[in-house]
Design a protein around this ligand. Structure first.
Ligand SMILES: [Zn+2]
Length: 101
């Protein structure tokens, strides 16, 4: 057998199987995703994709993010307005001491 002729080995066959498998999986994902995108587009023709800011300064609408401290949530336990960036800590303390007047 000439030296440069392709030799079928367990390695070469396994590699081929893995490649075929990956190829079908990728094709499957791409075709499913294409169908999904088409359906979404048909259902929401005016849909505007979310804005992506790699620096994380702008939100999904392309607008400057709101400071969390400027948003308030009502604590259902004590009925007080709590700043969003302190809400989790507040809730933990508030629920531990029970309802209060
Ligand atoms: Zn509370």
């Amino acid at each position: 057998m000439p030296e440069n002729e392709f030799q079928v080995t367990i390695d070469s066959i396994s590699e081929q199987i893995v490649r075929n498998l990956l190829h079908s999986i990728i094709q499957d994902i791409v075709s499913r995703e294409t169908v999904r995108q088409r359906q979404l587009h048909d259902r929401y023709p005016d849909f505007k994709p979310y804005y992506y800011d790699p620096d994380g300064i702008l939100d999904i609408n392309g607008l400057p993010k709101q400071q969390e401290s400027s948003q308030y949530f009502l604590c259902q336990n004590c009925k007080r307005e709590i700043s969003a960036n302190r809400f989790a800590a507040h809730l933990q303390r508030c629920l531990n001491r029970g309802p209060r007047r």
